[in-house]
Every structure is written in structure tokens, then in C-alpha cells.
Design a protein around this ligand. Structure first.
Ligand SMILES: Cc1cc2nc3c(=O)[nH]c(=O)nc-3n(C[C@H](O)[C@H](O)[C@H](O)COP(=O)(O)OP(=O)(O)OC[C@H]3O[C@@H](n4cnc5c(N)ncnc54)[C@H](O)[C@@H]3O)c2cc1C
Length: 392
């Protein structure tokens, strides 16, 4: 069987690409249903884009690479598509847009779009082998227990990254890219909780507060959540994408207030108040109990010298922690790194080394922050490849 285009992966990027690649396009996935990560994303409501998405919200060895695709298919383009399908949505926080009802609406929308464009979708289909032919590719598949071979002019790698293997994530895109001579950068888990093997936060499990998490490179002000195994919550997930093993992280537990000034003022007004009681006005009580033991916080406000208060504030506003590691690909929302962008055209997502080969979505070394940015990259890169293929 001959097809102009075969897209491997019916996820966010693959379906978007198919919706624009024109007819004679076949999308292949080994899963039972398309867009499984879309379905579970955003707690089942899919944080499908971000009002403020821009190139600065992406991590890549080449930070300029994502600019072209993001500017040619913006958050506003995706919002129009969603509106056109009558899907109700709302902004939750920080420009993050979610479906009012269910992420399944986004999956249904993409399937409808690709069908309308004339593309075929084969699910529960195994990719057995892919070979280069001249020109094009030969893709050996197993469908309903039977071998099927497709030859095609264009092959799009859209099988995503390594995160959550339980959901069917594989390294297929990286393997095929390497097979066809493209470089793949080192990969690691991103948007992932930190672990502490000493279990030191067990007693705090479930405690959450707004915090500023930073390292040498960057800083994020969002919620911090203590867990049985370590630290999670948006600020932690964001920082994890910039973290390397063996590096300390810095936690500011009171980023929004001038704690030192407040404590000094309260010492004047409420000198007989316990220091821990005063801290509990600004921090969760369980955390104050924990810190009291960890940092030896005791005594009345009136007993504290300026120096002691300053030292305490420094500890609370620059608490340095050394994570043992992360939860890894088992729970990571994304994979950092991937197919080297130097190998791809930023306009078409096509390879110059291997004409007809395209790579899109998470498989490429472009990773977004938490907050709808990763889907926006999937839509934009899928659109870039799809429109380039349609025009070819
Ligand atoms: C729990 C969770 C929640 C998330 N929430 C959000 C969110 O709210 N907002 C956001 O922007 N991002 C979110 N993300 C990230 C987002 O899901 C991904 O960045 C995005 O799905 C990447 O799109 P993709 O098309 O490149 O890959 P995917 O969506 O992962 O699609 C890849 C497809 O390829 C298929 N596949 C893989 N290997 C093979 C193979 N060997 N053979 C055949 N098919 C194969 C898979 O079955 C899958 O259908 C979340 C991720 C997770 C894990």
C-alpha cells in the first residue's frame, strides 16, 4: 500500500499534523485510543494552551528553534479551533486554559479534524520496522495480527518522549531518528517531583503553600507540596526541568512577605507571643512544627535579637535542600531533550539529511514549562510539518 504521508503517533502533535497534511495520510498508533495523554492531562480537563505562551517558556539546546513554529500557529489559533468546535473553556491561573467539561472533547476535536482532512487513523498497530527507500520509506506494521507494509514519501516521527511508559511511551522516535542519521541529545525526566531518600518530609505529607523555588539558573513562584517521598507541586515540577543531579535547590517559604520586618514589628507589639505562634500566621502550622525541630526555633518574640531574626529569615527564605533524585520517567510529565533541533528545519520540522523525514512534538528537543506550553508546542510543530507536507 502506498501513502503520501505516514505519521507515527496519534498524540497531540501527530493528530494536529494529520489535520493539516492533506489527504493520503495515515496516522499509526499502538494504543487502543488516540491522544491518551491529552485525555488524562490537566486532571482530565486538559490545560490545552497558555495565553502567554512564547519562546521564553521552552527549554532546548537551541532556544531560538521553537520561535518560527510558535509564531505561525499561536495560542490564539488553537483557541479559535476550540471555539469553532463549541468546546467551553476557562482560564484557571497564570494564563492556563482548561476545558470546562472534559479533555475528551479535545481528543474528539482532533480526531474529527484529521478525518475531515481525509487522513486515516490506525490504532493498535505495531511498528515492526522502518527502512529508507529511494525516495521515501517502507514501514512494516502489524495490524490485527497480520503484517502490512506501507511505502510513503513522508514519514513523521510523532511518538513523543519517554515519560510514563505505562501509558505506552517508547523511545521509537529517537531510535528511528538515529537510524536515519539524526542526532539525539541526552534525555532526562522533566516536570517531575523531587525525591528525598531519607523520608524527611513524611510527616509533612499533604502540606502545601506558595513558595519560590530556585537554582542557579531560574526561579518559579508557585505552589509547593510536601509528599511522602519528597517535594512536588507546580513550583517543584517547573524547577525540576532545570535541575541536574547533585545540585542544591533553594526554597523561599515566604516569597510574598517581608518576613524580617514583620517579625520585628510584631516583637514590638506582641513581644510575649511565641515565635512559632507568630510564624504560624504566615506558614502552615504543621510546617512550623517541623521547622521548629529542624531549625531549633523556640522562645518568645521579645527574646529574639535582630541578628537571630535575620538568621531565621535567611533560613526560611533560602532553605537549601539537596534532592536525592526525581521520580523519573514513571511520573514525569515530559522528557527534556530529544531529537537535536540542528537536524531539523524550524519552518517545516523536516530533516535536510534525510528528505521526507519530519519530527514533531515532545520527540524534539523542545520542552515547555508546566501550564499548557507543551501542548502548544505539539500543536505548533504539528501544524508546521502538516502545512509543509500539504504544500509539497
Ligand atoms: C500526566 C500528564 C499530564 C500532562 N498535562 C499536560 C497539560 O495539561 N498541558 C500540557 O501542555 N502538557 C501536558 N502534558 C504534556 C503533554 O501531554 C505532552 O507534552 C504532549 O502530549 C506531547 O505530544 P506528542 O504528540 O509529542 O506526544 P504524545 O501525546 O505522548 O503522543 C505520542 C503517541 O505516540 C504513541 N506511541 C508511542 N510509542 C509508539 C510506538 N512505538 N508505536 C506506535 N505508537 C507509539 C503513543 O501511544 C501516543 O499516542 C502532560 C503529560 C502527562 C504525562
Amino acid at each position: 500500500m502506498w501513502k503520501k504521508t505516514v505519521i507515527l503517533g496519534a498524540g497531540a502533535a501527530g493528530m494536529m499534523c494529520a489535520a493539516h497534511a492533506g489527504s493520503d495520510c495515515l496516522v499509526i498508533d499502538h494504543a487502543k485510543s488516540p491522544g491518551e495523554k491529552i485525555r488524562i492531562s490537566g486532571g482530565g480537563r486538559c490545560n490545552f494552551t497558555n495565553l502567554y505562551a512564547g519562546p521564553e517558556n521552552y527549554i532546548s539546546a537551541n532556544p531560538h528553534f521553537c520561535k518560527s513554529a510558535l509564531s505561525r500557529y499561536t495560542q490564539w489559533d488553537f483557541i479559535s479551533l476550540v471555539d469553532g468546535h463549541g468546546i467551553a473553556w476557562h482560564e484557571k491561573t497564570l494564563g492556563q486554559l482548561f476545558c470546562d467539561t472534559s479533555a475528551k472533547e479535545i481528543v474528539a476535536m482532533l480526531v474529527a479534524e484529521l478525518k475531515q482532512a481525509g487522513a486515516d487513523l490506525w490504532l493498535q498497530t505495531k511498528v515492526m520496522n522502518v527502512e529508507r527507500t529511494d525516495p521515501g520509506f517502507r514501514v512494516a506494521l502489524e495490524r490485527e495480527g497480520k503484517p502490512v507494509t506501507i511505502t510513503c514519501q513522508n514519514l513523521v516521527l510523532a511518538t513523543g518522549g519517554k515519560s510514563i511508559p505505562k501509558m505506552g511511551a517508547t523511545g521509537l522516535a529517537y531510535d528511528l531518528a538515529q537510524k536515519f542519521g539524526l542526532k539525539v541529545t541526552d534525555t532526562r525526566a522533566g516536570l517531575v517531583p523531587f525525591t528525598f531518600t531519607d523520608g524527611r518530609f513524611k510527616a509533612l505529607s499533604g502540606t502545601a503553600l506558595p513558595a519560590r523555588l530556585s537554582n542557579q539558573q531560574t526561579s518559579f513562584d508557585e505552589a509547593l507540596l510536601f509528599t511522602h517521598r519528597g517535594l512536588s507541586g507546580p513550583s517543584v515540577l517547573q524547577l525540576s526541568s532545570y535541575w541536574r543531579e547533585g545540585e542544591h535547590i533553594h526554597v523561599n517559604l515566604t516569597p510574598e512577605i517581608a518576613l524580617f520586618e514583620i517579625l520585628r514589628e510584631q516583637r514590638q507589639i506582641q513581644g510575649r507571643r511565641d515565635l512559632t505562634t507568630e510564624l504560624s500566621r504566615h506558614l502552615p502550622a504543621r510546617l512550623v512544627d517541623f521547622l521548629a525541630t529542624e531549625l531549633g526555633i523556640k522562645g518568645k518574640l521579645a527574646d529574639q535579637s535582630d541578628m537571630a531574626l535575620r538568621a531565621l529569615c535567611d533560613r526560611l527564605q533560602d532553605w537549601q535542600l539537596l534532592p536525592s533524585g526525581t521520580e523519573g520517567y514513571r511520573t514525569a510529565e515530559v522528557t527534556i531533550g530529544g531529537i537535536d533541533t540542528q537536524e531539523l528545519s524550524s519552518k517545516t520540522m523536516g530533516s535536510s539529511k534525510c528528505p521526507g523525514l519530519f519530527a514533531i512534538g515532545e520527540a524534539v528537543d523542545v520542552t515547555g514549562w508546566l501550564g499548557g506550553y507543551n501542548f502548544q508546542w505539539a500543536w505548533a510543530s504539528g501544524y508546521a510539518a502538516g502545512t509543509a507536507i500539504a504544500a509539497s
